[in-house]
Design a protein around this ligand. Structure first.
Ligand code: NAD
Length: 432
């Protein structure tokens, strides 16, 4: 789908691939599970099963060798009932419109579950950024930003980093948008460098939030993270920071996996040394004090906490049957399929869902946006303090709702979030 399309999209549109476990289909199943708990608001539930706006863009760039390459990009605004769109931008070869729609919808749920004044949005480009030079990556980012400039803005929709995007990409996005509108607009993206109005603590926020909910959930189940065994899938922003905080709390990170493969060390992997090795361009599987293991052995590792922090659909039904852990804390978005959720529940393995567990990132993005608007910046201690309070309160509310309705933590988080979104929908009414 190359021509730009700006439409009120229906999930039935033909460009949505109909694979049974596509991320959008997983999201729809999650909404079906919550519908019986929505009372009179259930009459509005169709709102959640559609995206408000789907934009697909062609991104032509000139390569360093003078040739022209085309990439396909998207920005999806799933729901804006509670405020401007908010959600990351992903650069990955597997990005599809279906995936971006699901990620945007999960942002709607996440922002409402934590009670941030945002709707849900997400963006992405189908590209392997490792195949581009830095100038090519900059041209790609700038052209994409210009193309989606129709629908983003500090009070419309605010992108942030996600897989394979970082503060430099956000700086280029901010600059491009600012050039197009003729004024410096720091609030158009979050996750920016500190020198451009970024927030202290933002880079670490998602991993920190994962750590906070893991610590609280472990306590509620009668164990302390100190001395516990942790396995993390994904060693990027989320998985890397979470692993570092687990280690600092006295836990042993015994298994790690990234796109290069899996490693283990029963005495605890030395996280800082591994990070330095990867930062120098080394592969995780060649890192010091880390024994490479097979994919099967990775999923068979015995742990107290398992943290998926890579991509969607990783904890499948088959893997849910063999996972040997007490709880899963979802750093990634959409890592667990609904079938796996059922198997894990039967096996008594607690799942702290993505929409709570990884909400630390968007929470500090919200702080960044507020700081940009007020041009008044907070200390890192203030940021971390407020983050801690919001995460702990949100988790408590989810646990309370789960007990009250006798449902999983995921369905409980969806009950809270969908109730907020649909109540806003009902109050606003339909236009015209
Ligand atoms: P990142 O690009 O920094 O890191 C991704 C990691 O996953 C890398 O270590 C990569 O090697 C690994 N990976 C990729 N494919 C893999 C595979 N097939 N098997 C195993 N590992 C694989 O990305 P990130 O920002 O850490 O995001 C990770 C997840 O967390 C995504 O689901 C993202 O949507 C979610 N998330 C990120 C943020 C944020 O603030 N960055 C916030 C909320 C949720």
């Amino acid at each position: 789908m190359h021509p730009s399309v700006l439409s009120n999209a229906s999930p039935g549109l033909s460009f949505v691939p109909a694979t049974p476990q596509s991320p959008w289909q997983v999201y729809l199943q999650q909404v079906d599970r919550v519908t019986p708990h929505l009372g009179h608001l259930a009459r509005w539930v169709e709102t959640l099963k559609r995206c408000k706006r789907v934009l697909a863009v062609d991104i032509p760039i000139q390569k360093d060798d003078g040739t022209v390459a085309h990439f396909e990009g998207y920005r999806v605004q799933h729901n804006l009932s509670r405020g401007p769109g908010k959600g990351g931008v992903r650069f990955h070869p597997a990005v599809t419109i279906d995936e971006v729609m699901a990620l945007a919808a999960w942002m709607t749920i996440k922002n409402a579950a934590v009670n941030l004044p945002y709707g849900g949005a997400k963006g992405g480009i189908r590209v392997d950024p490792a195949m581009l030079t830095r100038p090519e990556l900059e041209r790609l980012t700038r052209r994409y930003t210009s193309e989606i400039g129709l629908i983003i803005g500090p009070d419309k929709d605010i992108p942030a980093p996600d897989v394979n995007t970082n503060d430099q990409i956000m700086a280029w996005m901010m600059d491009t948008y600012s050039m197009n509108v003729g004024a410096t607009a720091t609030g158009v993206v979050t996750g920016k460098p500190i020198a451009l109005g970024g927030s202290l603590g933002r880079r670490e926020a998602t991993g920190r939030g994962v750590y906070i909910v893991a610590r609280e959930t472990a306590r509620a189940h009668g164990f302390d993270l100190a001395g516990s065994r942790i396995v993390v899938q994904g060693f990027g922003n989320v998985g890397g920071i979470a692993a570092r905080l687990f280690e600092a709390a006295g836990a042993k990170v015994i298994g790690l996996q990234d796109a290069s493969g899996s490693v283990m060390n029963q005495a605890g992997l030395p996280i800082e040394r591994l990070e330095a090795h990867v930062a120098r361009g080394g592969r995780l599987i060649d890192a010091p004090d880390a024994t490479p293991i097979s994919e099967d052995d990775f999923w068979g590792l015995r742990s107290d906490v398992f943290v998926p922090a890579a991509l969607e659909n990783q904890v499948t039904a088959e893997r849910a049957r063999v996972l040997s852990t007490r709880m899963i804390v979802e750093g990634a978005n959409g890592p667990t399929t609904p079938q796996a959720d059922d198997i894990l529940a039967e096996r008594g393995i607690v799942v702290v869902p993505d929409v709570i567990a990884n909400a630390g990132g968007v929470t500090v993005s919200y702080f960044e946006w507020v700081q940009d608007f007020s041009s008044f910046f907070w200390t890192e201690a203030e940021i971390n303090d407020r983050l801690e309070r919001i995460m702990v309160d949100a988790l408590r509310a989810v646990v309370h709702t789960a007990d009250k309705h006798r449902v999983s933590l995921r369905t409980a988080a969806f009950i809270i979030a969908c109730t907020r979104v649909l109540a806003a929908r009902e109050l606003r009414g339909l236009y015209p």
